[in-house]
Design a protein around this ligand. Structure first.
Ligand SMILES: Cc1cc2nc3c(=O)[nH]c(=O)nc-3n(C[C@H](O)[C@H](O)[C@H](O)COP(=O)(O)O)c2cc1C
Length: 338
């Protein structure tokens, strides 16, 4: 019996299978105000019709200056809520659950205006040098994440994910390569974790449902964070109320990596075993057989599918066909599903 198509309950949310749509920026808010457009409604609802159990919205900015581009989705204002609510409604109507990735780009922001980061170090020579955040700005940003979470709850999301990966703001605090602060937000691991901890604590004051964190489990740099550091951080996140660690890697500093099928799965596997917390595996997982191996061998609890779901909104059906696993179609598609 397929484990990929078995249900999983996380803090009261029962997913019908283990397939998650990985968060992927669409850069499609053409009015540049962070408001979801027709594109988002079609894009996310199609993957839900394709029987993906959990639809994770792209990195959604908790402040306007926290955007990667001016066409990112936003959640910094109450005006965003009704438009996001249309997305959750469309996803729910197809029998899937809806999640949103709450994000701040930090020193990778791509909009006009000042750029903020834990320390005044540019990502590379082509990028602007950010300004070091004051304690007050740190506190305001923690609050922006909580406010974003409050709006996400109002919009009907079943699950929230904090984006702490890929060299964006939270990752910049976690990494010793981008955080050279001398105050309580920099120094050893515990102090570099403090910013994320305060964000988790803030969200946990208003949200008792499923809460995930996406991490970059390796900086791919001799002086950077390694999987051992993230086993440690994952234990802290578990204590602080995180339900699942979504294990990506890299991008806090430029580094040459050669991805291969399933190359990040060992991170999910190690954290799951050593930190005793549920994990998501992501990265070049493209076939049902590959995903089934990951879930049935207990290497992760969920698989996050990115580009393969851009190519094939019915990826779950394709995987089920490969695995000869039964998969309920949307009622309207019954005559064309098998
Ligand atoms: C177009 C595109 C946009 C992405 N945007 C995000 C994002 O918003 N947040 C995030 O954490 N990762 C983002 N990613 C990374 C994906 O979520 C995923 O981790 C990566 O593509 C590897 O998985 P895959 O091989 O299944 O595509 C993006 C990837 C792509 C291709």
């Amino acid at each position: 019996m397929s484990q990929l198509f078995s249900p999983l309950t996380i803090r009261g949310m029962t997913l019908k299978n283990r397939i998650v749509m990985s968060p992927m920026c669409m850069y499609s808010c053409s009015r540049k105000d962070g408001i979801a457009m027709d594109w988002h409604r079609i894009h996310y609802a199609s993957r839900a019709a394709g029987q993906t159990a959990l639809i994770m919205l792209e990195a959604t900015a908790v402040t306007p200056e926290g955007r990667i581009s001016d066409q990112d989705l936003g959640i910094w204002s109450d005006e965003h809520v009704p438009h996001l609510q249309e997305l959750t409604k469309a996803i729910h109507e197809q029998g899937s659950h809806a999640a949103i990735q709450l994000a701040h780009a930090g020193r990778k922001m791509g909009v006009d205006g000042p750029m903020w980061a834990p320390s005044a170090i540019a990502y590379n020579e082509n990028m602007k040098v950010p300004q070091e955040m004051s304690i007050e700005q740190i506190q305001q940003t923690v609050k922006a994440f909580t406010d974003g979470a409050r709006r996400a709850i109002a919009a009907g999301f079943d699950c929230l994910e904090i984006h702490a990966a890929h060299g964006y703001l939270i990752n910049e605090f976690l990494s010793p390569l981008s955080n050279l602060r001398q105050d309580e937000y920099g120094g050893g691991r515990d102090r570099r974790y403090r910013f994320l901890q305060e964000i988790i604590e803030g969200i946990r004051t208003i949200w008792s449902g499923p809460l995930f964190v996406r991490i970059s489990a390796s900086d791919y740099h001799p002086e950077g964070n390694t999987i051992e550091d993230y086993v440690y951080y994952a234990k802290m996140m578990k204590q602080d109320g995180i339900d699942l660690i979504d294990c990506s890697s890299g991008a806090v500093v430029p580094a040459a990596i050669t991805p291969y099928p399933g190359y990040q799965v060992p991170f999910a596997d190690t954290i799951r075993r050593e930190s005793e917390i549920a994990t998501g595996a992501v990265g070049l997982i493209t076939s049902g057989v590959q995903a089934e191996e990951i879930i049935s061998n207990g290497r992760a609890d969920l698989v996050f599918i990115g580009r393969a779901l851009l190519r094939d909104p019915y990826w779950a059906r394709t995987a089920a066909t490969d695995l000869k696993a039964p998969l309920q179609p949307p009622k309207a598609y019954e005559r064309g599903w098998t």
